[in-house]
Structures are given as structure tokens and as C-alpha cells.
Ligand binder design. Structure first.
Ligand code: PDD
Length: 280
């Protein structure tokens, strides 16, 4: 693969970052994942808008402009002949002279930036045909989940707990209510109404979530933005999750309890079809 690191396109084996990079030492970094379908970027505007917001919230400055970023994405798609998959992008606060809890002056230390592509089948998978099993775990992440930082140890820990339990994904629960999935936003459907937690600092403001809710409303589906419990989800007709690399993914089991018929539900399938038809 050809990757992009701090101004250069390089083979992945030659790309290097400083051991003092704050992304590496302190997860002092933000990221985005944009999907690619048919060689085209999906919802790039949405992802750059959120990136800019994450950077602003942490008083971080991107070393490249958003226009340059789009050009880098296009170059990487072309250089890697990427048809289907995604692009990972990470901006860090850069490498200080040493390890320091105090942020360096952005005038003196420039931010770091890394991008790489990954090929992945998004349009077909076993999980789409059969649905996904999830377990619930306590949400022990920090309180600013609206900022897309690279602090992913807890989501990774939760994913491992799911794997050990014979499931695939983990849903986070805080004060008795579901916040979101380990790396996706989650929804239930009851009597034709799509229910998903409202936006706040408790969850990431999913770019796919925004598109899916817009399409749902345009298709005259009812949407309720409010928190729900695991018990309510287990008793729902259908459940699903959305993310840039998964679109909408059907969920068929929560903590060992079958949801609905135990098969992928019609609402998540329909939204997925609309998303694929409307997005590129
Ligand atoms: N994850 N919530 C969390 C905690 C996430 O990490 C993600 C995305 C989402 C969905 O956001 P979007 O629709 O904008 O992708 C929600 C990415 C894909 C990842 O970490 O790989």
C-alpha cells in the first residue's frame, strides 16, 4: 500500500512517525474513517466537518487544509486502486521535544497527519445475511465521546469481551441506558418507530447516523430520538447499528436474548438500500 505521512506518499513499510508524537504517547489525536464505494468517497463533507469540530474542541490545528485533505484522499484511492473499503485519517498534536502533559504551542510544534486506505467488502458479508450478536458492557469511556479521539483502548477491550462471550459487538450502557456501540450508533425499531439516542456529548455524532435519519424521515418513517434500555431493545421488533464502514448492520441478539424474529429486519435492510442508492 501507498500511505500518506506528514506531506509524503510512501510505501507503508517506509512510513515513520516520531516516538515523541503525542498521538502515540497520549492518544492526543483525532481521526476519521471515510468509506469508499465504487472508487468514490462517501459523505466526505460530513467527515471533514466533524474532523474540524474535533480539532476545534481540542484546540488542535490540522497541518493541511480541508481541500488538501480531499486531494490526498483522491490520490490514495488512485495509487491503491481502491474500489471498496475506506480511508483512515489521523491528525495528532504532533511531536513535542519530550513527553509532556502540557500541550505544546501550535506555533512551535506542527500537528502530525497520517492516512492509509484499507480494502473491505462493505456491500456483502456474513453479518449482513445473518445479523450480529451483541453484549452490553458498562460505558467506562471519558465524557467527551462527541470528539472522535484515538483513545480506543476501552472500545477495544469491550470488543474483546464480546468476542470471548461468542458475540461480535459490544453496546455501551450508562446509568441504565444504551449510549452507543463500541464503534457505531445503535437503533431499535418498535411498532414501526425507529428509536435512537439523541445527540449529546455522550455519543459520537455519527455521519452515517445523520444520513440514515434523514433518509428515514424522507421515506416517511417515524423517528424518536431518546435513550432506551437493554430490556427495551431485547423486546424490540428489530435492532441495528450504523457506521461509515458498516452502513446499517442488523442486530439479532442482545445479551443472549433474540431480537424480533432472530433474522435481519426489514427496516435496517431498507435503510441500507436507500443509503447505498442515495449516497455516492
Ligand atoms: N467508528 N460511535 C462510535 C463510538 C464510533 O467509533 C463510530 C465510528 C460511530 C459511527 O460514526 P460514523 O457513522 O460517522 O462512522 C459511532 C469508526 C468507523 C471506527 O472507529 O472505525
Amino acid at each position: 500500500r501507498t500511505v500518506y505521512v506528514n506531506g509524503e506518499y510512501l510505501p507503508e513499510t517506509e512510513a515513520k512517525v516520531s516516538i515523541f508524537d503525542r498521538g502515540f504517547l497520549m492518544a492526543d489525536a483525532v481521526y476519521e474513517v471515510t468509506s469508499v464505494l465504487g472508487g468514490k468517497l462517501l459523505d466526505f463533507q460530513g467527515h471533514t466537518a466533524r474532523l474540524q469540530r474535533s480539532l476545534n474542541e481540542l484546540q488542535m490545528i490540522s497541518p493541511v487544509t480541508m481541500d488538501e485533505l480531499l486531494e490526498i484522499h483522491h490520490q490514495l484511492i488512485e495509487k491503491n486502486n481502491l474500489e471498496e473499503g475506506g480511508i483512515y485519517l489521523q491528525v495528532t498534536r504532533g511531536a513535542g521535544a519530550d513527553r509532556d502533559f502540557v500541550w505544546p504551542d501550535p506555533e512551535e510544534v506542527k500537528g502530525g497527519i497520517v492516512l492509509f486506505t484499507f480494502a473491505k467488502k462493505i456491500t456483502e458479508s456474513k453479518s449482513l445475511d445473518e445479523g450480529i450478536k451483541v453484549i452490553s458492557v458498562e460505558d467506562l469511556r471519558w465524557g467527551r465521546r462527541d470528539i472522535k479521539t484515538t483513545q480506543l483502548l476501552y472500545p477495544s477491550f469491550a470488543k474483546m469481551q464480546a468476542k470471548k462471550a461468542g458475540a461480535t459487538d459490544a453496546w455501551f450502557v450508562e446509568d441504565g441506558f444504551v449510549t452507543e456501540g463500541y464503534a457505531n450508533n445503535v437503533y431499535i425499531v418498535k411498532d414501526g418507530v425507529i428509536i435512537t439516542r439523541q445527540l449529546s456529548n455522550d455519543i459520537l455524532h455519527g455521519i452515517t447516523r445523520a444520513a440514515i435519519l434523514k433518509f428515514a424521515k424522507e421515506a416517511q418513517m417515524k423517528v424518536e430520538e431518546r435513550p432506551f434500555t437493554i430490556e427495551e431493545a431485547q423486546a424490540a421488533d428489530e435492532a441495528f447499528a450504523t457506521s461509515a464502514t458498516g452502513f446499517s448492520q442488523p442486530i439479532v441478539e442482545i445479551d443472549g436474548v433474540t431480537v424480533g424474529t432472530g433474522k435481519p429486519g426489514p427496516v435496517s435492510r431498507r435503510l441500507r438500500e436507500i443509503y447505498i442508492a442515495e449516497m455516492p
